[in-house]
Design a protein around this ligand. Structure first.
Ligand code: NAD
Length: 234
């Protein structure tokens, strides 16, 4: 980067939360926490076996709320950068955990939904939740059992906040992707949208992904993210 950026979009994926103890989703074998993704992360899977899907997200939620799961130095570095940076900054995450907000990030969009929310399938109202759910749990707005679903974007569904994300991508001059395999669209194509405005595109990841970013930095998120964002402020 030759000149300091004025407008930055950062995209994070499961890799940024891996060192906090949350498993990544391994696209290569199609399993997430030992379940085939189509069983637990698709509308068809939910229709076939809602109880399995409720239980899968109950387990993820219990884990997220356990004492050992905390934001790591990569989450904290992004929150600190957002506070110290004078330009425009948007953090887009594919993650459904709440580790970015717990680290202090504010201008944050969860494009794949949130584990600590449920949605009524009739009214589309969204509720904060921390407890376990089952098929018999009555909905908080219509009081019918079976109407609430996880507020998660499943395979085949439209990600959230896409207008705001695309607008920010088209006017940013730096796009940074962290801990994402580049297998899940539309997020995998964000770096190409950012190039509409000739943005510099940078990937920070543990493994090579084969994506065509301008710059690649490989290593653990807890090491490379704080180092990269500290340098950007100099
Ligand atoms: P992914 O699992 O497909 O890819 C994760 C990437 O992170 C890999 O390229 C891997 O090399 C890298 N990585 C692993 N450990 C790392 C580390 N310590 N530091 C830096 N990079 C590391 O994840 P994805 O691209 O985010 O797509 C998976 C989908 O699954 C997303 O849609 C997301 O919603 C969902 N998911 C979310 C969570 C979460 O909320 N924490 C966890 C699992 C899956």
């Amino acid at each position: 980067m030759h000149t300091a950026p004025n407008s930055i979009v950062v995209l994070t994926g499961a890799g940024i939360s891996a060192e906090s103890g949350i498993e990544t989703f391994r696209a290569a074998d199609g399993l997430w926490a030992n379940h085939p993704v189509e069983e637990v992360a698709s509308p068809q899977g939910f229709k076939r076996n809602p109880q399995l899907v409720y239980e899968f997200y109950n387990q993820r939620r219990r884990q997220l709320m356990s004492e050992e799961i905390r934001p790591n130095p990569a989450h904290s570095a992004l929150a600190k950068f957002e506070h110290d940076f004078a330009g425009s900054f948007l953090l887009v995450t594919q993650n459904i955990d709440n580790l970015h907000e717990r680290a202090g990030s504010e201008n944050l969009l969860h494009m794949h939904g949130e584990l600590l929310k449920m949605r009524c399938q009739n009214s589309q109202m969204v509720f904060d939740i921390s407890e376990d759910f089952s098929f018999d749990t009555p909905c908080r707005c219509c009081h019918s059992p079976g109407n609430l679903r996880p507020h998660i974007v499943w395979f085949g569904e439209m990600p959230m906040h896409m207008n705001r994300i695309n607008e920010a991508l088209e006017r940013c001059d730096l796009f940074v992707a962290i801990g994402t395999s580049g297998n899940v669209y539309p997020a995998a194509g964000f770096y190409q949208t950012a190039r509409v405005n000739s943005a510099q595109t940078v990937e920070l990841n543990l493994d090579k992904t084969g994506s065509g970013f301008d710059q690649h930095i490989y290593g653990k998120a807890t090491e490379i993210v704080p180092a990269y964002f500290a340098k950007l402020l100099l």
